[in-house]
Ligand binder design. Sequence first.
Ligand SMILES: [Mg+2]
Ligand SMILES: [Zn+2]
Length: 217
Amino acid sequence: MKPEAAFIDRDGTINHKAPEGDYVKSVSEFSFLPGAVQGLRLLTDNGVRIVIVTNQRGIARGVMTASDLAEIHRWMLSKLSAAGAHVEAIYHCPHDHGQCSCRKPQLGMFLDAERQLPGLELSRSVVVGDSETDMQAGERLGVPRVLIGAGPVTPEVSYCAPSLLEAARWIISGYQRPSTTLTASRQRIDQGSVGQRSAIVTTLASETGSPAPRRYC
Ligand SMILES: [Mg+2]
Ligand SMILES: [Zn+2]
């Protein structure tokens, strides 16, 4: 079953992350990751609605403004649009830790999207991101979650992908396509359904002692 909508993180998923403690503050600091534009295009071509959900704490910390962010997003959307990738909405959390209900892993941005975007159902979505907070949000929603990169993360992940393009290929396959990045044992896991896979991953986790953050990919 293919999802109706994909909630996609931005930094580290669509574009190169800023160095630790820094933020992407201007268009000149923004660069797409390999496969990101193509992945968004593939989702668009296959009718998957795309919503970007991004924590932007740099605004609360005063290193960038909401209008800096808006300019980056205008530029990003124009590039994506030119490439045939349609992003339906971008939600950002401008707050610092512990000040709001929208900073991932909280679900405020997802709930706003469900309320504001006609026909969008959270239960028929997938979450894609590169960090613990993305995977936690997906876990709270109870929907499949795709980890870009190698983690480590605490929640079970449904699929590991080296790029947004690989993530998109798996999503449009209806969660069937085998991973090219999993180890031999995990490839066996990947051949089952999402449910079976979760069960096996859980077993592996209990064998190795959870819930410490671990590398799934
Ligand atoms: Mg990220
Ligand atoms: Zn917030």
